[in-house]
Design a binder for this molecule. Structure first.
Ligand code: NAP
Length: 333
C-alpha cells in the first residue's frame, strides 16, 4: 500500500499568521514545509524549509516539488495569489489561502475552477477568519434549506491589533470593495450601511457598520441567496485605521493574543430565521486551524475545482471539531 503524501508547503512561512498555520498542520499530523523568500528567517523555522519568491516561478516549482498541498499565507494576495496558484497546479497540489481580499478571491474562483479540475486538485481561497468562518457559519445555519432570502453576518471584536501584513493589504486594496445585493456584486456604498445588533451578554447591543469582507464572495459562490450583509462593530475599525495601534502580542499558551471575537450568521427564509455563532480568541490565530482543517480534508477526500469553506467542508461537523480548543460553536436546532 502507498504511504499517503502529507507534505504541505506553507508559503510566507515566517509571517505572523503562517506560524499558526504551521502549528495547526503539525497538530493534524501533516508534514508542514516552510517556504519563503528570506533565507535567514526561513532557516530559523527548520532545515527542511525551502526558499522561493512569488515572483520567481522556477523557485516556486522547486519549493512545491512533491507536495500534496500548498497553503499560501503571503499577502497582500493581490501580489502572490495567481503565481502561487499556478505553481501549485503545475505541481499537482491542492491550493488553500488565507486572503481577506475580495477581488483576489473572486478572481481565483472564476479563473481557476477549470484549471484546478484539469489538474485534479482544489483551489480554496479565503480559508481564514474573514471569508472562511462567516461562510462556515452561514452554511451551518442554512442547514437543510436549499436557499435563503437573506444572509447576515455580524462580527464583534473587542479590539484589533493589526499585523504589518494586514496594514499592507488594506492599503494595497483600497477602493476595490464590493457588496452582494440583488443577486450580484456591486461597488460598496461610499457611506457604509449601519445596523443595530443584539449580541449575547456580555457583548450586548451594538451599532454595527457595513464591512466589504471576503465573506460576501465566499458565501455568494455556493449559497443561493439574493443578499448578503456583513457588519462589524466600529471599535476594531478605529484600531485598524490608527497608525499607532501596536501589532498583536501572545497572551496564552497557544500564542494567541487577548483579542476576542464573536461572529454570528443569521439566514432568513420567509418569516423564519436560523442562527449559528462562534466565539474565541485572536482572528489571526483561528485562521491556522481553519486553513489546516481544509488541507486535511482535501488530503482525505477527493475534491476538485474552485471551492469555498462552506461548500468544501461539513460546516457543522468541522466547527464542532474546533470546539472547545479553538472556538466555541453554537447552531440552532
Ligand atoms: N482572511 C483573514 O481573516 C486573514 C487572517 C490573517 C491574515 N490574513 C492575510 O494574510 C496576509 C498575511 O498576514 P500576516 O498577518 O501573516 O502578515 P505578515 O506577518 O506581515 O506576513 C506576511 C508574509 O507574507 C510574505 N510575503 C508578502 N509578500 C510576499 C511576496 N510578494 N512574495 C513572497 N512572500 C511575501 C512575507 O514575507 P517577507 O517578510 O519576505 O515580505 C511574510 O512572510 C495578509 O494579506 C492578511 O490580510 C487574512
Amino acid at each position: 500500500m502507498n504511504t499517503p503524501n502529507t507534505a504541505v508547503a506553507v508559503m510566507g512561512a515566517y509571517g505572523h499568521t503562517a506560524r499558526f498555520v504551521l502549528a495547526a498542520l503539525r497538530d493534524l499530523g501533516l508534514d508542514a514545509i516552510p517556504v519563503g523568500r528570506d533565507h535567514d528567517r526561513l532557516h530559523a523555522l527548520g532545515s527542511r524549509s525551502r526558499v522561493a519568491s512569488a515572483d520567481d516561478p522556477a523557485s516556486l516549482d522547486r519549493a512545491f516539488d512533491g507536495v500534496a498541498a500548498v497553503v499560501n499565507c503571503a499577502g497582500p494576495f493581490a501580489d502572490t495569489a495567481v503565481p502561487v496558484v499556478e505553481a501549485a497546479l503545475r505541481a499537482g497540489a491542492h491550493y488553500v489561502d488565507i486572503a481577506a481580499e475580495q477581488t483576489v478571491t473572486m478572481d481565483l474562483l472564476s479563473r481557476f475552477d477549470g484549471p484546478a479540475r484539469q489538474a485534479g486538485v482544489a483551489v480554496v481561497p479565503s480559508m481564514a477568519f474573514y471569508g472562511g468562518l462567516g461562510d462556515l457559519l452561514a452554511s451551518a445555519a442554512l442547514g437543510d434549506w436549499p436557499a435563503a432570502d437573506d444572509v447576515r453576518i455580524a462580527i464583534a471584536l473587542n479590539s484589533w491589533r493589526p499585523t504589518e501584513g494586514t496594514r499592507r493589504t488594506v492599503s494595497r486594496n483600497s477602493g476595490r470593495h464590493v457588496v452582494f445585493t440583488d443577486h450580484r456584486f456591486v461597488p460598496a456604498p461610499t457611506t457604509p450601511t449601519t445596523v443595530t445588533w443584539r449580541f449575547p451578554d456580555p457583548i450586548g447591543e451594538h451599532q454595527l457598520t457595513g464591512l466589504s469582507s471576503a465573506d460576501h464572495v465566499t458565501i455568494a459562490h455556493h449559497l443561493p441567496t439574493p443578499r448578503i450583509g456583513v457588519h462589524i462593530n466600529t471599535g476594531p475599525l478605529a484600531d485598524l485605521a490608527d497608525p499607532t495601534s501596536p501589532p498583536p502580542v501572545p497572551a496564552d499558551a497557544l500564542g494567541r493574543s487577548a483579542q476576542t471575537f464573536h461572529v454570528e450568521a443569521v439566514v432568513t427564509k420567509g418569516a423564519e430565521h436560523r442562527r449559528a455563532s462562534a466565539s474565541g480568541h485572536d482572528i489571526y490565530a483561528i485562521s491556522g486551524p481553519l486553513a489546516a482543517g481544509a488541507v486535511a480534508h482535501l488530503l482525505t477526500h477527493h475534491r476538485v475545482g474552485a471551492l469555498t469553506a462552506g461548500a468544501l467542508l461539513d460546516p457543522v461537523g468541522f466547527l464542532r471539531s474546533l470546539d472547545p480548543v479553538h472556538l466555541s460553536f453554537a447552531v440552532d436546532g
